[in-house]
Design a binder for this molecule. Structure first.
Ligand code: URA
Length: 252
């Protein structure tokens, strides 16, 4: 177990909090799971360990529901400074602490990061919203990032508790789910013969006709629609589009 004590301030270049106590990460090195929270609270600053206060105690129970022991994980935060009143980390703080977190990632070499809270998620995916992404694994530089609602937020809004519990219970599935993008192919046919060869030997296919908009003086008149092109598909995730009328097929 590697302990990093909080008694000294970290010298993060550009950090606006030169007087704040810092809480360094704690846990085994390397570790399969890195838990990345937002910022240490008062209890964390006093003990010099991340996630040992009320949020940490919740987190420990929630992790157990997903079959994970907190002690097996490396635990850290997007910013390491404690601030009175626990304000959400500001941009300048996040920027100043970024290189430190990068070093932590390099040392811990996690396969999975539990990004706890909106700031932790945005550390990896700056445009993402935790309310949309929570509980679903995503890939970032070869690491599986699983965003989680922050237990402190859920303590304030208990209606989110069932969601939080469900996400933690699904952790084992999210840790092993394949993240490979489904291979969709949608290609342009080079000729009508190309379409026929795609369909050859297929007993069934889906057909979608694209037409001009058949509007006359504001009225929808189906008979006026002129074919622009069509696509055919013989299986899910796979289709061929031909920019021409389907009658060319009949003529072949
Ligand atoms: N304690 C931490 O260490 N991080 C948080 O995000 C909340 C509480």
């Amino acid at each position: 177990m590697q302990e990093m004590r909080s008694d000294a301030n970290l010298a993060c270049p550009g950090c606006p909090n030169t007087d704040a106590p810092c809480v360094k990460g704690f846990g085994p090195l390397p570790a399969m799971v890195l838990i990345l929270g937002e910022r240490p609270g008062r209890e964390e600053a006093e003990e010099g360990r991340p996630f040992v206060g009320p949020s940490g105690r919740w987190l420990e129970k929630l992790l157990e529901m997903g079959g994970i022991r907190k002690d097996d994980c490396f635990v850290d935060n997007t910013v390491s400074c404690f601030r009175v009143g626990n304000p959400a980390p500001k941009k300048a703080e996040l920027v100043a602490c970024r290189a430190r977190v990068e070093q932590v990632l390099a040392a811990v070499q996690p396969a999975v990061v539990l990004a706890v809270g909106a700031r932790a998620l945005r550390w990896f995916f700056p445009k993402d919203k935790i309310t949309r992404e929570h509980g679903r694994a995503k890939e970032w530089n070869g690491i599986r990032i699983i965003p989680m609602l922050h237990p402190a937020g859920v303590m304030r809004n208990r209606s989110l508790l069932p969601l939080l519990i469900a996400d933690f219970k699904r952790l084992p599935a999210e840790m092993s789910r394949s993240l490979a993008p489904s291979p969709h192919t949608y290609r342009l046919a080079t000729s009508a013969e190309d379409v026929l060869s795609y369909l050859k030997g297929q007993p069934l296919f889906a057909f979608d006709l694209e037409t001009t908009e058949p509007i006359l003086e504001g009225e929808f008149v189906p008979g006026l629609a002129k074919p622009l092109g069509f696509s055919v598909s013989v299986r899910e995730g796979d289709a061929v589009y031909y920019a021409g009328s389907p009658t060319v097929i009949r003529e072949l």
